[in-house]
Design a protein around this ligand. Structure first.
Ligand SMILES: [Zn+2]
Length: 229
């Protein structure tokens, strides 16, 4: 009986990997579902407790364990949609991590569904201006207040992104592009990414760095990691 209780409460020790790529490759369905990884010291460990297409969950408790460690940082994968830029949720999480743990950097790894490889990585940094904005605008008394502030900031970004999508559609139809034409989807995607990037850079003051993986290059025009032929 006592033994059974102990085993039920036994800590699950996450597997540690030497490289980020190993941690990703060892996780099933890595081109479909997102993965959340923490770098702790020199090792990488998968910290998500729930994964889905386009989303990943992890607990605040895990972060409380990971973040106090020196040079610890978070990385997650993007598997579909607009893969080369952080989402409204990603940015809000970064702000939360800055406020709670003084972290100002996170990374995204972009997955190539065609061959299951990592095509590139994106480093996202909060600039000095972004940090000043957060300090000024996220004044809270309780953690519930903070969550509310973060929720409304996420909503604010989402509203802005919705407007970008809407305006892009208008631009494309003004150009006479039919939404059933094969280029439409591609041009729409590229246009959205460019406007989003500008918004993140100029309004939210985020600094983004695009680092292609071996065999890939970053195309500034399409804002995508492309395989070198
Ligand atoms: Zn993301």
């Amino acid at each position: 009986m006592f033994k059974r209780i102990i085993s039920a409460f036994r800590k699950i020790v996450p597997k540690k990997y030497k490289t980020l790529n190993q941690a990703i490759m060892d996780t099933p369905e890595n081109t479909k579902k997102e993965i959340k990884i923490a770098k702790v010291g020199r090792k990488y460990q998968v910290i998500n407790d729930n994964r889905q297409e386009g989303a990943v969950w992890y607990s605040e408790e895990t972060l409380r364990k990971v973040f106090p460690k020196k040079r610890s940082k978070l990385i997650h994968t993007h598997t579909n949609g607009i893969k080369e830029l952080p989402s409204a949720n990603d940015i809000t999480n970064m702000i939360s991590h800055y406020i709670r743990y003084n972290k100002d950097f996170e990374a995204i790894s972009v997955m190539d569904a065609v061959n299951g490889k990592e095509s590139g990585r994106i480093g996202i940094m909060l600039t000095k201006e972004a940090k000043e904005y957060v300090k000024k605008n996220f004044d809270y008394d309780t953690l519930d207040d903070l969550d509310e502030l973060l929720d409304s900031f996420r909503y604010h970004i989402e509203q802005r992104l919705d407007r970008i999508f809407f305006e892009t559609n208008k631009i494309l139809s003004a150009k006479g592009l039919s939404d059933s034409s094969p280029e439409y989807k591609k041009i729409r995607h590229n246009t959205i990414k460019k406007i989003m990037y500008k918004y993140y850079k100029d309004s939210l003051k985020l600094k983004l760095k695009f680092v292609p993986q071996p065999g890939y290059k970053f195309n500034k025009e399409t804002m995508a990691f492309e395989k070198i032929k």
